[in-house]
Design a protein around this ligand. Sequence first.
Ligand SMILES: [Zn+2]
Length: 101
Amino acid sequence: MPVKPSSSEEEYFARQEAERRRKLAEERQAMLLAEERERERALHFMKCPKCGMQLEEIAFGEVHVDKCFSCEGIWLDKGEIDAIQGREAGFMGRLLNVFRQ
Ligand SMILES: [Zn+2]
């Protein structure tokens, strides 16, 4: 005759199973988030954050400006402001003059 598991054993194994399933669900969720982030990154890479059109990278010395020729926005990557600050007075004005029509 099979031995009937005690209620504490049933609870123990059910808890273990629930914990295993919870970890799997968390791993699936993290994988989906990572995939979603990668999809978003690929979809939006070098697209204007305001109008969604293609950004063009224009080099001005060591400063690389991402320019949208659709809405006329100008975007700077991390470090570009520091690079501009490190330049001589009037550098920003000369940089902006590049885009004046
Ligand atoms: Zn734009």
